[in-house]
Design a protein around this ligand. Sequence first.
Ligand SMILES: [Zn+2]
Length: 438
Amino acid sequence: VNRRQLLTAELTWYRGALAPGLGVWLDPDGRIERVGPAAPAQPADQYSDLERVDLPGLALLPGFVSAHSHAFQRGLRGRGESFPAGAGSFWTWREAMYELVESLTPDSLFDLSRQAFFEMRRAGITTVGEFHYLHHVGTDDFLGDEAVLAAAKEAGVRLVLLQVYYRTGGIGGPLQGAQRRFETASLGAYWNQMDHLAGLIDTRTQSLAVAAHSLRAVPLAELTALLAEARRQGLPFHLHLEEQRQEIEECQAAYGKRPMELLLGQPGSLEGVTAVHCTHTRVADLRRFVERGGRVCACPLTEANLGDGIPNLHPVPGITRHLCLGTDSNTRISMLEEMRWLEYGQRLKTESRGLLKDDAGEVAPVLLRAATRGGAEALGVITGEIEVGRWGDLVGVAVSALTVAPVDSQRGLASLIGGGESVAERWIGAQRYAERGG
Ligand SMILES: [Zn+2]
């Protein structure tokens, strides 16, 4: 049985500022039940169930949310990085990825996933959205799903399993080679497996969401049906979108429209829909998508590694409240680095500075929001902020990493995102993980 905890750090990121002298009370289930001035210990405390955890020298932030990951791709790190035959591309990288996919067993998928999730936890990622399409790793159907759930549970990280629907190899083509391991044969088979998974997840730390791999792998009519059912069940819906120019060209050839145009053709609100990458999405399309409630998940380190390009985000009004971040291929697992490169990419693209900023002109809170609350909203998890009622998913970073004294609230956060490296403490619900690294 867990006890109630009171965490008092030197600084706490609360309602947009780093505040001194605050306490964060966690109930025995690991939810935040109070945030307020931390009074000195009272004699009565020793008779209560309250455990006081003093964190001198640390600043408490909401735990990071990686809204888009493929855990098994941790096994690709260092592969596909030799180019004896000339320049590579996303498509040559994909061949290396397929080679890994065909080699995996339920045990090796579990091991790779556990390692990725453990490294995420160490880096302060308390929730991950696992965009999971490697369903088959043996003779039995969907053993890959169970390996991922078990790995996340062992690593302790909160998991949203974005169960991926995957039907075709290219638009209208048959699945080939490694792609057969991704297959969901029909909408009926997909929803049957979702029902099965609902009985397997640990509901304290795991939930389910719906994903269509992309318009390369899902026929438009089936995407429409999948989205409608996800909406009916109140589940988030994610898809890869416009990461590569070739995908857009294939879509135009097949449907006469770009992938984002097809998504915008879906009726109703697009709240609950997250488009991953949008590297080559036109600004006008992105504006309409955001106006209808859609969210964009950027994965700057993976997009750089794969040579995808840089999305045109900054001209879109209101986009800062519709952004989240993902570690995607997990080549480097660092949300601090994803945050800084979200803005740096826009800077390199435009040869100017301060592109993703809030009304006060601050960049750092926008980046932190994308790495926390933005991801939580995209995944439908009540976390990502230090507020009553949310999960007590928290990270502690050294105040010395924030800035030189005295700490100014905004400058401190900007300093962390600009140059911070590691996380010293993490809570996921009531569970504390204190370890160096990150
Ligand atoms: Zn992806």
